[in-house]
Every structure is written in C-alpha cells, then in structure tokens.
Design a protein around this ligand. Sequence first.
Ligand code: UDP
Length: 526
Amino acid sequence: MGSQKHITNNKTTFSRQSLKAAQMAIKDAAKGMGTTDDVGSNAKAHFVFIPLMFQGHLIPAVDTALLLATHGALASIVVTPSNTGRIRPTIDFARKSGLPVRLVELALDCAAEGLPDGADDVDKVPSCLWTNYFRAVALLREPLERHLRAHEPYPTCVVSDFCHPWAKELAASFEVPRLCFFSMCSFCLLCQHNVERFNAYDGVDDDNELVIVPGLEKRFEVSRAQAPGFFRGFPGFEKLADDVEQALVEADGIVTNSFLEMEPEYVAGYAEARGMKVWTVGPVSLFHNRTVTLASRGNTAAIGADECLRWLDSKEPNSVVYVSFGSIAHAEPNQVVELGLGLEASGHPFIWVVKNADQHGDEVSEFLHELEAHVAGRGLLIRGWAPQVLILSHAAVGGFVTHCGWNSTMEAITAGLPVVTWPHFSDQFLNAKFAVEVLGIGVSIGVTEPVMYRVDQKEIVVRREVVEKAVRSVMDGGGEGEERRMRARALAAQARSAVEEGGSSHANLLDLIKNFEVDAGCDATA
Ligand code: UDP
C-alpha cells in the first residue's frame, strides 16, 4: 500500500481516501479467507482495543470499547486465553444486547520467551520473568495483524494500552491511527511527564527525597520512589521504558478513563505538553448499570451478588467502609493482622477484600477466622474477587480504604465516596495526592514509600491505631468529614453528567467515532 499519510509535527492526518482505499484493499484480501464473526461488519468505525492483560488495564479498556460500541462503532478486543473467561460474561451480555463487539483471542507464545505454560495469566508469571512476559506480549503483533487482515471490516483505529509500544508497527502496517489508552487521570500523567521533561530528579540521590513537580501552578511534592516514570527504575526494563515513551510521543492521541470537569486544567495541560488530543471518556465503569454485568465485571466474584446485596441491605446508609487493595497489591501477613484489628476497633461495619488469604500461613488464617467470629454481622470478609463496583454503588457504603489504583479511585469518585488513601506502588501515590490535595475527598493513611517490589520488605507499615483513626475520620461526620463527603457527592454528580447525553465524556466518545470512522477526514492533531 502506498503511503497517503500526511505527517504534521509527528501527528498523522488521515485522509478519507487513504482509509477508503485501505478498506477496499483489505476487503479484497479477506475474500475467500472466511470470517467467523460478522457482528458489526457494516460499522463505519472499527476500533481495535489491545489491552494490557492486568485487570486494572483490561477492565477499563473493555468498558471503553463497549461504550464506543453503544454508539455504533465496532469494537474488537484482543485477549489471551487465560483472560477470556474474565471478560466473557460482560462481552456475551453486550453482544446479546446487540452491541457490535468481537473478541479476538490470541494465544501467547509463552515457550518462545521461556515463560511457563499459562503465563498469559499475569498471576502466573514468576517475578523474575516480567521482561520475558512483555517480550512475549510483543509477539502478538504478527498473529493479530494476520487475524485483522483476514476478518473484515478493516480497522479504522488501534487503541492500545500505553504499555504496548509494538502497537505502533501494527497500526502503521494498516495505515490507521493509533491512540494510547490510559486508565489514569491527567493529573498523574502530567505530574509524571513534568518531572521527567524538566529533569526534576537530577542531582537527587535519595529516592525518597521530595521534589516540587515543575510546571504546575499549584505546588505538589513527589519523590522518585513515588513517581519513577513508567517502567523506570526496574533493571532490565530500560528499553521497554524508552519504547513506551517513544510510542507515546508518536501516538495520534490519548484516551483516558477520567472526565473533563474533574480536572480541566490537567487535561488541557497534558494535551498541551504532549501536543496531542486527550479524549476523556470516563467514568467508564458507568457502562455497567445493571447488577448482572456489575457482579461479574473483571472476574468471577468470590461472593454471590445476592448474598452481597442482602448483607449491604441490612446496614444503615453510609455506615459501611469498604477495604480493598485492588488486583495486584496485597498486605504482608503481619500487616493483614494489624489492618483487621484497626477495622475492628473502628466500630464501623466493613467489607474487607482479602487477597491471597490462603497464602499468609496458618496464624493469619486463624486470625481471620477469629475476627470473622468477633465481628459476625458487622464485618464481611471476601477472600478473592469482590464485585467492587456493585458494592461501592450501594447506599450502605460510606467510605473506601483504597490502594488508589486509578480505577478504584475513579470508582470511589463515581460512587460519591470519600476515601482513605493507602498507596502501595506505581501511579498510586500520585492518585492519592490527587484525591487528598486536589479533590479534597481523601484522608491519607500516611504511607510515603512504595511497599511492593522492594528488597527490604517491611512487615508492618501502618499500625492498627492509624487504621482506626483514618477510618473514623473518613466515616464519622464532623465538619471536615461532612465537607469531604459533600465534595465527593458533587463529583459523583458531575461524573454522571459527563457520561450522559450532552456531557463531556459522551461527546468525546461521539467525537472519537466521528474522527476515526471510514468516511472521516481525520485530523487527530490537538
Ligand atoms: N476489582 C474488583 N474486585 C476485586 C479487585 C479489583 O472488581 O476484588 C476491580 C476494581 O473495581 C478495578 C480494578 O479491578 O476496576 C482494579 O484496578 P485498579 O486500578 O483500582 O487497581 P490495580 O488492580 O490495577 O492495582
């Protein structure tokens, strides 16, 4: 195919002619190869979503794809076999409701990169083989390209997780635009970008020394340990980190699970800093407005929706605190005990999601059983996957102790809940800062250093008294607490308006389709 792209400032202007010609070419190529799935074959926009297969990336990417499908675009979602089951109920429900969505299941060649069988499930990747995992994921490019060439209609846009720099070559081979998907807020993205582009850590030897985030009107402090940059600071990831940045620089735009009204200055600031458009389309969890999909969003829950709702129905409004550290972070055994005792002492009803409960040893196991007996009726332990958004949207829930993964933070905001911020690693420190210092809906638990992926593992980082105090502070009224809750509720109202017709996220979804449909003369420059 001859190139018909016009490159301006590294951004691509896609002409109607080039997309149409490409579409014709692929139709010819696909003839005789057979298609297994003709759902959405007449759609004018075809977004190919390539999520990173961690739940915190996969879940919001699927929701975003489905939101685009609700507006008539065909959404194909690339998934590896171990992850199919996690999203299948949602996809099946969407397809039964008539949404044009396809699953593209591709096997990960684990053996080629020395990974054990089944390691396309990230829970099964040995910690010493993470670089191998990312190399194996990059091998998906070829089979994916073959699949897309054999199944019409032609993709009109590739939306890939920012962790997949190889999607650049894929989109280029089809001569279609490529957007980077982030389930992150623009505040976090801009802070991270600014500390890097203004070399804020230069000359700073101590990873925990705070520096001021440059280039922002308001003063925020961050340390290298809290915001090292994507894949930075991990030996062996240097090339991936550089490739991720380069792929971002060359992207045709950014899609985020956030909404404009929550952080207008940071959305504008990040778009300007990157020189590309940022489409905020969140909160994407609002795609699910039915119990049936909420209950199975992202995985099979360890508790039935009915049981969970019955328990919550028995509680007073705003009385329950929900505690979860997401899909990756987990507390060390002694920290589990301390957290449990703090929750008990808080006097509040609680739902506590205990990840890897069976891996903490007999003592902790016994402790958890005893705790359950002490707090029977007041405390509900979920060992495994919780139907988080279903729980958060129940009127009985009044606060969330969160690790500040962005999805969880966004889901708290969407539910109008104040939060206790307990970041563990990665972007969680910036999200915590955003909740406490920008939005004014959070109480910090006081953790200032990452607790995961470090050699000198600390047994207990937060004492039970601190847990108790933070929970009381978020849950109990009082002037400050009430103001926090009011701010959280106001944000939730804005979040809902954003996704309704006429709202900013709704408009951005339509704009994405308009820009990347086959008849569009697309100029994706900011
Ligand atoms: N989640 C869930 N149940 C669980 C744990 C996590 O539904 O037991 C969902 C949660 O609602 C969120 C995602 O998994 O959508 C986790 O993403 P987040 O960014 O909060 O954290 P991560 O897991 O990436 O650290």
